[in-house]
Design a protein. Structure first.
Length: 160
């Protein structure tokens, strides 16, 4: 009986233990900033990028252990990556590249991880253009197939 009470007391203490404070869990802003840091560490990036705009995530759950989406825009700064400066102190480059980024942030691992992909915001999507004659021929052929007897009878009336 005494052992059961000890076990019940132990289970009660473990269950009532406080959850970690919200400050130790990453906020949406922290996740975005860590994703920008991840991008700045990629090979081939010489000038540092800084957050320009972040898409708000109203359903962001800091305590969730699931993968959560990120969408944001970054812009090139005047600072070199090799300078190891605080990126927030760097000014944006006047004609710097702007990139649209999207990815995922996960707290399933310790430390949390971010996977992102950034594309130039100035790039236009590839649009497939077709010749207008092809569309005209298809529509004319469809019209003739649907109305061929009317066309033939009208032609015979004109001839005869």
């Amino acid at each position: 009986m005494e052992t059961c009470l000890k076990i019940l007391l132990l289970v009660g203490v473990v269950t009532a233990a406080p959850t970690p404070p919200a400050s130790s869990l990453p906020s949406h802003e922290d996740a975005i900033l860590s994703a920008v840091q991840v991008y700045n560490q990629e090979p081939g990036v010489t000038l540092a990028y800084r957050l320009l705009e972040a898409e708000p995530q109203p359903d962001w759950d800091m305590s969730s252990k699931t993968v959560q989406p990120l969408k944001f825009t970054i812009k090139e700064t005047v600072c070199l990556i090799s300078e190891k400066r605080d990126i927030n102190q760097c000014d944006f480059k006047e004609d710097g590249l702007i990139k649209d980024c999207s990815g995922f942030f996960s707290t399933e691992q310790d430390p949390p991880s971010a996977m992102i992909k950034c594309e130039d915001a100035s790039e236009e999507p590839d649009i497939v253009t077709r010749g207008r004659w092809g569309r005209f021929k298809r529509r004319a052929g469809r019209f003739i197939r649907r109305n061929r007897w009317q066309i033939i009878s009208t032609g015979l009336k004109l001839i005869g």
